[in-house]
Design a protein around this ligand. Structure first.
Ligand SMILES: NC(=O)c1ccc[n+]([C@@H]2O[C@H](COP(=O)([O-])OP(=O)(O)OC[C@H]3O[C@@H](n4cnc5c(N)ncnc54)[C@H](OP(=O)(O)O)[C@@H]3O)[C@@H](O)[C@H]2O)c1
Length: 288
């Protein structure tokens, strides 16, 4: 049995579906049991947990051999995840696959708070007696979905990063595919698996989009203040705006330009390209 925290999220939904296809029994530990966003099949069960209530976590993890651990980009991420690791130890889970942040941001002194939070959880795992695998992905292509409303309205991708800056990008489905192999095979224990993705110029996404849509979408480098205003206008809470700006500032100076990617080594399959992502998600960006 594989336990999953984060099953209803971007990566988690792909992972549940991959494991279901493999007919691997899965327990999704969710804060709401009724979330319709994941389709549970015959091999998947949902258990309601509260990350602040260790007993609920232990009940949910009971019988699990391994655990996939992911929570959102929350400033209190380590406070949420450390009790899950303790519960995993208490009930005898053997292997934890932790979805972390990219290599350039995970460190004690990172300029990104989320990077420091992931580092704390990684340290706890590395120092303890659970087997672990860290997955460290680059920029998710799915981040563009969060910008889709503004892209449809203004026909522009507006970010505080130079148009010709290279950034490693990866499709969340490819991250899930790596997680599925690592969980099912119990492989890559004690390893940090970097998944920086493929390098693209920041202006590549609107160029590809323009080509496939048959309508021009521009890339506009904006100031940090303008980017913050845009995020707030889109309803993003203040703490999340700050997190995003920290990462975007690192991106703007080339921190994500190059990096290792072990997707092919783990899965033996070709990664999805940015062009594949655009074609698969075109309806989100089509002007109305
Ligand atoms: N975006 C990027 O480019 C990027 C790059 C590298 C690393 N990352 C890391 O990737 C992670 C986000 O991945 P994602 O986009 O797949 O996640 P996501 O779509 O934001 O989903 C977060 C998942 O965590 C669950 N969760 C959050 N708080 C919880 C709580 N208190 N109790 C139970 N479940 C909780 C959510 O459940 P609900 O459905 O109940 O909300 C959801 O299933 C973050 O840790 C981030 O630092 C992101």
């Amino acid at each position: 049995m594989i336990g999953i925290v984060g099953a209803t999220g971007t990566i988690g939904r792909y992972l549940v579906s991959d494991l279901e296809e493999l007919k691997v029994p899965v327990t999704c530990l969710q804060r709401r049991s009724s979330q319709a966003s994941i389709k549970t099949g015959r091999t998947t069960r949902v258990v309601q947990v509260d990350l602040d209530q260790p007993e609920t976590l232990k009940r949910g993890l009971s019988g699990c051999r391994s655990l996939f651990l992911l929570t959102g980009a929350d400033p209190h991420l380590s406070t949420q995840q450390l009790p899950v690791l303790q519960a995993a130890r208490d009930v005898g889970v053997e292997h934890v696959v932790k979805l972390s942040a990219g290599d350039p941001v995970v460190s004690e002194t990172s300029a990104s708070q989320i990077g420091r939070e992931h580092w704390r959880v990684e340290q706890d795992l590395m120092a303890g007696d659970l087997s672990w695998t860290m997955l460290r992905p680059g920029f998710f292509m799915q981040n563009y979905l969060a910008m889709a409303a503004a892209i449809r309205e203004f026909r522009s991708v507006a970010l505080p990063v130079p148009a010709h800056m290279t950034v490693g990008m990866i499709d969340a489905a490819d991250i899930a595919a790596v997680a599925a192999v690592v969980l099912v095979e119990g492989a890559f224990k004690g390893e940090v698996v970097s998944l920086a993705g493929e390098s693209y110029l920041m202006c590549d996404f609107p160029l590809l989009l323009s080509h496939v849509l048959g309508q021009e979408v521009t890339y506009d480098q904006v100031t940090l203040d303008a980017a913050a205003e845009g995020m707030k206008a889109a309803g993003m809470p203040g703490w999340m705006v700050s997190q995003q700006l920290e990462v975007l500032q690192l991106m703007a100076v080339g921190a994500f330009s190059t990096g290792k990617d072990r997707h092919f080594e783990v899965t033996g399959r070709k990664r999805r390209s940015l062009s594949d992502f655009v074609r698969a998600n075109l309806d989100h960006f089509r002007p109305v």
